[in-house]
Design a binder for this molecule. Structure first.
Ligand code: FAD
Length: 476
């Protein structure tokens, strides 16, 4: 008999209950990752995330190797592959950590029922969310629709469990009937890395995918910006946040590990700012609960009245200007260029850039969501649509539609000295702080020989147009 561990968005050895159980069982082991682009409803991965996945799998393979095991790679419809591999390795135990998206749960349920019928003992574990969606319910038994009471209910329950240490040594690799370890794909053959053009240099400079990278970011955060998180997190020009999002996206670090590392780091009581940080982790859990309850979150308005919203189709030139950071509004453009260059954008700027597209350009939020999905290294099936709908006003506990971020006011308030703007907009780097937020007023944009464009829409007119459209929606 042998054990089969099926890894998915949990690419780590630390606090990985399925792997810990496999180590305890001690039977010969197969650890597999399946690239599943075939099962019904699975959302195809975006480009930036594919880049991340390649490096994450390569680091995971090395870590498993160091623990005496190896990573098997297979590609195709996951349910079929897991069944095949169970037979090939005569697996008696099938272990995985739970997923929460509907298409993924359907695949897992199929494998579970196949296992019940055909023998291997299938067991699943809680690893990637501290509060599983079905466990946090209102008094009436339904899901929460507003974040604050949701998070209060999470905190009122038992403390998230302590993380499990990584197994130091894993059992030897299981062999097939022919006495061979099961054969798999080479990572290179999956073609996850961009070629022609290879746009990944900025990502390589910015990130270290994998578990070790995640743990060192957490350490840096706790040693540095965490104590000022409540204010620092709003300033795009300083490293005021953890940057753990892509690592959490791939499960390279567990939320339980983050939760308790904070506790252990401040044994005599933690600064209040860490409570704010914990509640951001809570937003992640809330987004997953929203997706769990609303599987179509990425394609359907959470609030159906928005189905009647008169979105306008942006011209190709407008959409391109937004995507490439050429709208003429420095904060929006710096953010969109940060996204293009590094695969990540600061949260405050994400809100401003998304609001600009959805409100000033009156573009359907789904177009923006799709662009982020393709370009973010942290593109997450729950957090991306939930946040886009939050900005659009069509989501749960959303910012009301009439709250329209003013990119100039936001820029003055959160990047007063222009440090962030200068970094991503070198063509404006010669401008002083008072001019950089509105370069057109300083005669520094749009003119002949100038590299930076004139604003593509006026703020007062586009704001009035959006508010009128919203009023029509309310009146209809
Ligand atoms: P920190 O401030 O250090 O926060 C710690 C962790 O809390 C984050 O890593 C993340 O897991 C979680 N978190 C923080 N803010 C949010 C939030 N608003 N919603 C959900 N979780 C949150 N986040 C993603 O992880 N993936 C996405 O695809 C994504 N798309 C977004 C799209 C838009 C339009 C907006 C406005 C926000 C989006 N966010 C998304 C949320 C947020 O911007 C990022 O989680 C955050 O910027 C990541 O940086 P950090 O790890 O330094 O965050």
């Amino acid at each position: 008999s042998s054990t089969l561990v099926w890894l998915r968005d949990d690419l780590r050895l630390d606090d990985n209950p399925a792997l810990t159980k496999a180590a305890a069982l001690g039977n010969p082991l197969t650890v597999v990752y399946v690239l599943d682009e075939e099962s019904e409803g699975i959302r195809p991965l975006g480009g930036a995330v594919k880049w991340w996945l390649h490096h994450s799998l390569s680091r995971l393979d090395a870590a498993l190797d160091a623990a005496g095991s190896r990573l098997l790679l297979r590609r195709g419809s996951a349910a079929g592959i897991i069944q095949e591999l169970t037979r090939e390795t005569s697996a008696s135990s099938l272990l995985w950590n739970r997923r929460y998206g509907e298409p993924e749960r359907t695949v897992d349920a199929d494998v579970q029922s196949w296992a019940t019928e055909h023998g291997p003992n299938a067991e699943s574990f809680q690893a990637n969310l501290m509060f599983e969606p079905w466990t946090i319910r209102t008094g009436a038994g339904g899901p929460y629709k507003v974040f604050t009471p949701f998070w209060r209910a999470c905190l009122a329950g038992t403390e998230p469990r302590r993380p499990l240490a990584a197994p130091g040594k894993l059992p030897a690799t299981a062999l097939s009937a022919a006495g061979e370890p099961p054969a798999g794909d080479s990572l290179e053959s999956w073609g996850l890395l961009p070629r022609r053009p290879d746009w990944s240099a900025g990502l390589t400079r910015t990130w270290t995918p994998g578990e070790a990278g995640a743990h060192s970011l957490l350490e840096d955060f706790l040693e540095g910006p965490s104590a000022d998180y409540a204010t620092g997190r709003d300033l795009p020009g300083v490293e005021g946040t953890s940057r753990l999002s892509p690592h959490l996206r791939f499960g390279e670090i567990s939320p339980f590990r983050i939760w308790h590392t904070i506790r252990d780091h401040f044994p005599h009581g933690e600064p209040a700012d860490l409570g704010v940080f914990r509640s951001q982790l809570g937003w992640r859990e809330f987004c997953w609960q929203l997706l769990y309850e609303n599987p179509s979150l990425a394609i359907q308005n959470y609030r159906p009245e928005f189905d009647r919203f008169p979105w306008e189709t942006p011209s190709a030139a407008e959409l391109h200007a937004w995507q490439q950071g050429q709208t003429g509004y420095p904060l929006v453009d710096a953010g969109m260029r940060q996204l293009w260059q590094t695969g990540w954008m600061h949260n405050r700027v994400r809100m401003a850039a998304a609001s600009f597209l959805v409100k000033n350009l009156m573009t359907d939020w789904r177009l923006g969501e799709a662009w982020f999905w393709d370009t973010l290294v942290d593109a997450d099936a729950a957090s991306n649509p939930a946040n886009w709908q939050w900005v659009a006003g069509s989501g749960a506990d959303a910012s009301p539609y009439f709250r329209i971020f003013n990119p100039v006011t936001q820029s003055r308030k959160f990047d007063a000295g222009g440090k962030y703007l200068r970094h991503y907009l070198p063509e404006l780097s010669g401008l002083e702080a008072k001019a950089i937020h509105e370069p057109w007023k300083a005669g520094a944009s749009g003119g002949p020989g100038m590299d930076y464009p004139e604003p593509i829409v006026g703020l007062p007119e586009s704001r009035a147009r959006a508010l009128e459209a919203y009023q029509r929606l309310k009146d209809s």
